[in-house]
Design a protein around this ligand. Structure first.
Ligand SMILES: C[S@@+](CC[C@H](N)C(=O)[O-])C[C@H]1O[C@@H](n2cnc3c(N)ncnc32)[C@H](O)[C@@H]1O
Length: 239
């Protein structure tokens, strides 16, 4: 029997995520390290959307020694793995996990549980599962729940400007996977069968230009795109 997973879980077996994602996504660690570097190290209250197995959470907890993280994910499997990983560190008391759909939060649910007045909000490889309408709602909700001067950084796949760039990217991705000791076919065989869940569906990619325009319309005073590698980018800004 094949297990159906939620969009964003990627691998049928959650235990394969940490190795598999590094073979699948070029410069995964560099991307997450760069995102974390954009968060002020004195941040005390941080919201993480789509925490997965806790790889970004761990980097964030090391970078921000005074931060308490509110980590949201709708997958009980991903939260379970994240918790068991964090239990083996000294960081467990600085992170709270909430099993919830961030699309529902954008629609006004879970307000009390998730809280407000965050110094920063971060997310990686998760929000692209929402429709553009929901991405806009979520950006507005994030903006409203940040303190003045607070920031939001999202590392996510983006829609490239041309098919030529997409072709080059796919070749580079294939080579990346080989360089990590695997093959695209091998990785594909481990990817789970996902069905739409809550507000998330299959990849719904948007150009970097649209993302930045969306953030400005959602109330972000300054928007930026500090990192990009073809179809992967970090974007966000400050309210
Ligand atoms: C590819 S994983 C990335 C995890 C982690 N941020 C990282 O970079 O390693 C995406 C995560 O987003 C979660 N996710 C996707 N859509 C979601 C939603 N609407 N609400 C909450 N979590 C969601 C998935 O369950 C998954 O754990």
């Amino acid at each position: 029997m094949t297990t159906t997973i939620y969009p964003g879980e990627v691998f049928a077996d959650t235990q394969l995520f940490d190795t598999g994602i590094r073979q699948l996504i070029p410069h995964y660690d560099l991307m997450l390290d760069t995102l974390v570097a954009c968060v002020p190290s004195n941040a005390r209250h941080v919201l993480e959307l789509g925490c997965g197995t806790g790889e970004l959470s761990l980097k964030l907890l090391k970078h921000c020694p005074d931060a308490q993280i509110m980590a949201v994910d709708y997958s009980p499997r991903m939260i379970k793995m994240s918790k068991s990983k964090l239990e083996k560190t000294q960081f467990l008391e600085r992170i709270t996990f909430i099993e919830a759909d961030f699309g529902a939060w954008a629609n006004g649910e879970m307000k009390k549980e998730i809280g407000t007045n965050f110094d920063a909000c971060v997310s990686s490889l998760a929000i692209h599962h929402l429709t553009d309408e929901m991405k806009y709602k979520l950006s507005t909700c994030i903006g409203k729940n940040l303190v003045e001067g607070g920031c939001f950084w999202n590392a996510d796949p983006i829609l490239q400007e041309s098919s030529q760039l997409q072709e080059i990217y796919l070749k580079l991705r294939e080579q990346w996977t080989i360089n990590q000791g695997s093959t695209i076919d091998n990785i594909r065989s481990k990817i789970g069968n996902s069905q739409p869940q809550g507000h998330s569906g299959q990849d719904r990619l948007t150009t970097i230009e649209t993302h930045l325009t969306m953030l400005s319309s959602a109330g972000f005073k300054t928007v930026a795109n500090p990192w990009r590698f073809f179809g992967l980018a970090i974007f966000g800004g400050w309210v």
